[in-house]
Design a protein around this ligand. Structure first.
Ligand code: HEC
Length: 145
């Protein structure tokens, strides 16, 4: 049976629309996934040996970062924390620490953004905090030596 021309047009358009939407959805899902994977790889390479894969830290040596304010309200200080490290004592949710966190100077801006996104997504309290390429240079120039 041959369908009338206008019906074929409708069916054709609907099919094209479905293909388009599926492709767009897959592309976006893939992109989000790709970003967090890259952030996770950066975390594991540069932070994981101390703070551990699950962020729980290592006893009295390395603090847990599970409830860190640096992934929420103090997010604008995170790029400095990463690139300058921490010297001196710091109060964290599970007590106070006074152990050197070495600076990590090999990450470029894009990697700092990917890492920050990952940290906020995984351990932040999802109040919509995020670091953008625009705000990163500002926060980096505001680092105190
Ligand atoms: C060599 C071990 C080591 C590495 C590597 C390391 N840290 Fe740390 N980190 C520490 C120590 C030690 C402290 C506590 C600093 C202090 O006592 O002054 C700390 C503190 C922190 C804090 C503050 C904790 C809180 O609850 O507010 C954050 C956030 C943090 N680190 C994130 C990172 C990130 C992100 C990376 C990777 C880019 C990283 N650290 C790499 C050892 C490390």
């Amino acid at each position: 049976m041959k369908l009338p021309r206008n019906k074929r047009l409708v069916i054709g358009s609907v099919a094209a629309l479905i293909v388009l939407l599926t492709t767009a959805t897959l592309f976006l899902l893939n992109r989000a996934d790709y970003r967090s994977h890259e952030g996770q790889a950066i975390y594991l390479e540069h932070c994981g040996q101390c703070h551990q894969e699950d962020g729980a830290g290592l006893g009295d040596l390395y603090p847990s970062i599970l409830n860190s304010p640096y992934f929420a309200e103090q997010l604008n200080e995170l790029p400095c924390l990463i690139t300058r490290g921490i010297r001196g004592s710091i109060m964290v949710s599970d007590g106070s620490y006074n152990i050197l966190m070495p600076p990590i100077t090999t990450l470029d801006d894009q990697q700092i953004i990917l890492l920050s996104d990952y940290l906020v997504q995984r351990w932040g309290n999802s109040h919509g905090f995020s670091i953008s390429a625009d705000s990163l240079p500002t926060s980096l120039t505001q680092c105190t030596p």
